[in-house]
Write a protein that binds this ligand. Sequence first.
Ligand code: NAP
Length: 284
Amino acid sequence: SMLKAKPLTQAWRGPLPFELPPLVRRTSSAVTRGATLANQVAVVTGSTKGIGFAIARRLAQDGAHVVVSSRKQQNVDQAVVELQGEGLSVSGTVCHVGKAEDREPGGHGALKHCGGVDFLICVAGVNPLVGGILGSSEQVWDKMLNVTVKAPALLLTQLLPHMEKRKGGSMILISSVGAYMPYSKLRAYNVSKTALLGLTKALAVELAPKNIRVNCLVPGVIDTAFSQVVFEDPSLWTYMKALCGTQRVGQPEDCAGIVSFLCSSDASYITAESIMVAGCSFHL
Ligand SMILES: NC(=O)c1ccc[n+]([C@@H]2O[C@H](COP(=O)([O-])OP(=O)(O)OC[C@H]3O[C@@H](n4cnc5c(N)ncnc54)[C@H](OP(=O)(O)O)[C@@H]3O)[C@@H](O)[C@H]2O)c1
């Protein structure tokens, strides 16, 4: 048949010589799926390791040019080399999201070659500091709220002119299951992540007239350096298993597909939403 004569994996690189039935398009290969974000540009903060790195890789696999960043040049270089080695379109820049000078588009030097930004994914977070609310010093609160809550809003302000050059856009914030379930050891962190649910709603309303959607990814316990302190606690697992049937720790890749989907045109009527990727759900 015609389908056999021209495999789908090659078809999207040029104009199709024939019309494919819609069902065939939907079930096509990973390479065909790569077209979903083609010609679009994503800025992903905190993306040299863990969840951010998995998201950066997936957005690039799906066709976007991705600007990866984090605090350390060495980590940025390593991530860029690894992803470029996989044939992906990425560039890198140092951006400590808590530093004003790093948030300026100048700090995102790679942007000037991109002609605009379509997606802003704010993954960078503060290492969970073990302790209760009352034990958290003013410095701890400031760092937590600066990096988690203020930085995404301020970075958006900086990048908005670049996003407005495009037809629409998508912003995604990264909260945590702790936003719904205040895990006892990370209370100030939990509160900062709950604030992100509110930031998602507020920004979604404010940006709707600009056709920029704002959604929130709410990961459960994901196996990264960041979460060792949490997932080594057997009492947490006993609780999660008993209450929610949770069977395993998540992997960074578990968080990547949903972000790509939320950026894609398939999600064009989804905004102000918070979506758990946790092997369970703590909200109705
Ligand atoms: N892992 C979990 O179980 C879990 C669960 C729920 C939510 N989350 C959230 O997911 C996000 C990522 O966590 P992860 O587990 O993927 O952590 P991770 O594996 O430790 O990776 C963190 C990444 O962010 C960068 N980074 C750290 N501080 C930064 C800053 N101030 N500015 C810019 N980049 C920074 C790090 O690189 P540099 O060191 O070079 O800066 C690294 O690339 C965080 O917001 C976290 O709250 C994680």
